[in-house]
Ligand binder design. Structure first.
Ligand SMILES: C[S@@+](CC[C@H](N)C(=O)[O-])C[C@H]1O[C@@H](n2cnc3c(N)ncnc32)[C@H](O)[C@@H]1O
Length: 343
């Protein structure tokens, strides 16, 4: 890749591969199963509709939300060491790309051949990727709308040359920042990392996984990051209910629900919940008649886990998933870690 910001290069339109076909019936069934469970729950992936993605961007600007700025400081401090380890001319695959800002900061050092941005929040991804393409007109960019919570089977089209259509054979650098891996319980995280290892191995030699991981720290630092004074994380959590209403036809009233976030030290995870302020019923259209779930005052819907790791345990997890030659960089306080794991 030559100069990615060259003004003379005409902007391209990013290619887009849509795997996340709103299989509305399956999505609805999954959500309703969770709402009817004795301890109601939903997957954190439903926090991200277009507004949820924007609210998450706002969270990253909050003084309490240390992960984004701590991770950015690690990248800034160790950029030369990282660039020496990672292959140049790779296909950079951004898992849960969001606005793509973190990946864009790596373009200069990595000189990727192609940028593949993957996200479930499809409308937001299209918008964000078009902006990135204007910023880096010479770089080949592909958007992939997909839900990778069950399967990380990345589409072959994303690794084909845009003009010739042939496979690129380039090393793959999978980029999974922001400690999104923390949304998975440890056994699920291992399964996900095994799939990430297989995806890296499908590319040329020298590929691997560059991943940001939030580390165990005192609850007095963790809890405000998920329950900020301005109430942005509360809005992000409650917005889930609007998304569920759209996906299922349910009649959640957002004002009936309180945001709750706390550190569960025994499980080493932050938990986010929505708690009913008073006794209430939520209804949605069923196949034959209206269905409902009653909630007592104080009863909760578990909406997200964010697991915190010890660096040594996460290193062992990467190796159990098949990665070799792991490297880790942390901040001075040991709050956050960035791992490079060769496939
Ligand atoms: C915590 S945000 C991180 C965004 C950005 N990478 C960062 O580090 O700031 C998680 C991102 O992953 C996406 N995401 C969450 N669950 C997903 C899933 N199951 N499949 C694909 N993308 C998902 C969300 O839409 C969101 O953009």
């Amino acid at each position: 890749m030559a100069d990615t910001t060259q003004a003379a290069v005409l902007p391209r339109t990013p290619r887009f591969v849509q795997l996340h076909h709103e299989d509305r019936a399956a999505v609805r069934d999954e959500l309703i199963r969770g709402l009817l469970a004795p301890a109601a729950f939903t997957s954190p992936k439903y926090l991200y509709d277009a507004l949820g993605s924007r609210l998450f961007d706002a969270i990253t600007e909050l003084p309490e939300y240390y992960p984004t700025r701590t991770e950015a400081a690690i990248f800034a401090a160790h950029a030369p060491a990282m660039a020496a380890q990672l292959p140049s001319g790779a296909t950079l695959v951004d898992l849960g790309a969001g606005n793509g800002e973190k990946a864009a900061r790596l373009f200069e050092a990595l000189q990727p051949r192609r940028y593949v941005a993957v996200d479930i929040s499809v409308d937001y991804l299209r918008h964000a990727l078009a902006g990135r393409q204007r910023q880096f007109p010479a770089l080949d960019m592909v958007g992939v709308g997909m839900d990778f919570s069950q399967s990380l089977a990345l589409p072959a089209e994303a690794f084909r040359d845009g003009f010739s259509g042939s496979g690129d054979g380039a090393p793959r650098v999978l980029f999974y920042p922001g400690s999104s891996i923390g949304n998975f319980a440890p056994a699920e995280a291992l399964a996900f990392l095994r799939q990430a290892h297989a995806a890296c191995a499908q590319g040329g030699a020298g590929g691997g996984l560059l991943i940001g991981v939030d580390l165990v720290k005192p609850a007095r630092i963790l809890e405000p990051a998920y329950d900020d004074a301005l109430g942005v994380t509360a809005a992000f959590n409650r917005n889930l209910l609007s998304h569920i209403n759209r996906l299922t036809g349910a009649d959640f009233r957002l004002a009936d629900w309180r945001h709750v976030a706390f550190y569960n030290a025994a499980e080493s995870r932050i938990e986010m919940h929505l708690e009913a302020r008073e006794p209430l019923a939520v209804c949605w259209p069923g196949a034959a008649s209206v269905q409902e779930r009653r909630f007592a005052a104080g009863e909760r819907i578990h909406t997200e886990n964010s697991y915190k790791w010890q660096a040594a345990d996460f290193d062992a997890l990467l190796r159990a998933a098949g990665f070799r030659n792991t490297r880790v960089w942390t901040d001075a306080a040991g709050w956050f870690a960035v791992f490079w794991a060769r496939s």
